[in-house]
Design a protein around this ligand. Structure first.
Ligand SMILES: *[C@@H]1O[C@H](CO)[C@@H](O)[C@H](O)[C@H]1NC(C)=O
Ligand SMILES: *[C@@H]1O[C@H](CO)[C@@H](O)[C@H](O)[C@H]1NC(C)=O
Ligand SMILES: *[C@@H]1O[C@H](CO)[C@@H](O)[C@H](O)[C@H]1NC(C)=O
Ligand SMILES: *[C@@H]1O[C@H](CO)[C@@H](O)[C@H](O)[C@H]1NC(C)=O
Ligand SMILES: *[C@@H]1O[C@H](CO)[C@@H](O)[C@H](O)[C@H]1NC(C)=O
Length: 300
């Protein structure tokens, strides 16, 4: 609250004395990697040696679409004023005091977060007052891509998965060795992590050709940055081989069982025809016997 009042007061003063004192920025835009450090600079005129007791510096962050700004760092009459610092910046923001005597108000922010992006106001009062805005953009490259291969148990299909975190949102493309675009068969989804990064997962389902390498490409459109990972089907050849092995393991017993059944059938058939033969012979004998008996009767 105090900080806001100070800023309003200084801004009021500013309209009176602006012509005499100007703040300058050597670099208007900073693009910073997530997790790294940044040092933003405002310059103000110092004639001779600096009288620190007369110097006040306020750094504030303002985000588009948000009414209130966050106080990043305040130096009032040469003394740090940490009470009004926004909790987002506690322990991460500092003014490099040694550079003040050269007329440089350097704000250092460490361990940059996605939420640090925005406009930064540096307001300086030193026998006069002025302010400027600096833009901070934060990017997070899709550096580490996690890969995974799965096999659809019921089908002849394989599932390739690539997952990575970054900012802003990336598009994911898939291609095979011949740079043939397979993105049409992919399903890309994302969630947000606790650190406001995009957690992007892309799943490609294909019936793969043997010994081919598939690539997933994360395209960070806003930064025009590409990262990629490669998945070789060689890695899943072993699973395919084990598939063939299990096929062999299935075929051999089937053949054995079929052979056993067949031979059993043949033996059974042979026995049957042998029995039939014997039965015919027996009947013939009986017939002979009958005739001989009847013959005897007839004769008698
Ligand atoms: C950021 O600054 C901190 C504190 O000064 C330091 O420990 C760290 O190594 C720096 N990180 C990078 C990436 O420069
Ligand atoms: C710096 O200070 C000296 C005397 O203190 C003065 O003569 C001179 O005009 C000042 N220069 C600027 C640029 O303010
Ligand atoms: C893509 O994946 C999500 C989550 O796994 C699922 O809900 C959605 O139906 C899938 N979309 C398509 C087109 O397969
Ligand atoms: C990102 O999503 C994957 C699932 O798609 C999950 O396993 C992983 O833990 C997530 N990572 C983070 C940092 O949220
Ligand atoms: C496999 O190769 C054929 C011929 O080269 C091609 O038409 C087909 O798209 C390929 N399939 C995959 C999944 O790469």
């Amino acid at each position: 609250m105090c900080g806001i009042v100070t800023v309003l007061f200084l801004e009021m003063q500013l309209s009176v004395v602006s012509a005499l004192f100007t703040v300058e920025v050597p670099q208007q835009l900073y693009v910073v990697e997530y997790g790294s450090n940044v040092t933003m600079e405002c310059r103000f005129p110092v004639n001779g040696s600096l009288n620190l007791g007369l110097l006040s510096v306020v750094w504030e962050q303002k985000k588009q679409g948000r009414l209130l700004s966050k106080e990043v760092y305040t130096l009032r009459n040469g003394k740090p004023f940490p009470l009004s610092q926004h909790h987002d910046y506690i322990g991460r923001a500092a003014l490099l005091h040694s550079e003040l005597k050269r007329g440089r108000a350097l704000l250092q922010i460490t361990n940059i977060k996605i939420t640090d992006a925005g406009s930064y106001l540096c307001l300086i009062e030193y026998q006069g007052a002025d302010y400027k805005y600096i833009t901070l953009e934060v990017k997070a490259s899709y550096k580490r891509i996690n890969k995974q291969i799965m096999r659809k148990s019921d089908e002849d299909q394989f599932v390739f998965m690539c997952q990575s975190e970054g900012f802003p949102l990336a598009e994911v493309f898939w291609q095979n060795e011949k740079k043939f675009n397979l993105s049409g068969s992919a399903n890309t989804t994302y969630t947000l992590t606790a650190d406001d990064l995009y957690n992007v997962t892309s799943v490609l389902t294909v019936r793969p050709n043997l010994s081919e390498t598939y690539s997933c490409i994360f395209w960070n459109k806003e930064l025009n940055e590409q990262t990629s990972a490669h998945i070789s089907t060689l890695a899943l050849m072993s699973t395919q081989y084990s598939g063939q092995k299990s096929l062999v393991l299935f075929i051999i017993p089937t053949c054995v069982i079929a052979a056993v059944l067949l031979s059993a059938l043949i033996i059974l058939q042979k026995r049957k025809s042998f029995k039939n033969c014997n039965a015919k012979k027996g009947r013939k004998r009986k017939l002979h016997h009958f005739f001989s008996v009847t013959g005897k009767i007839n004769i008698n």
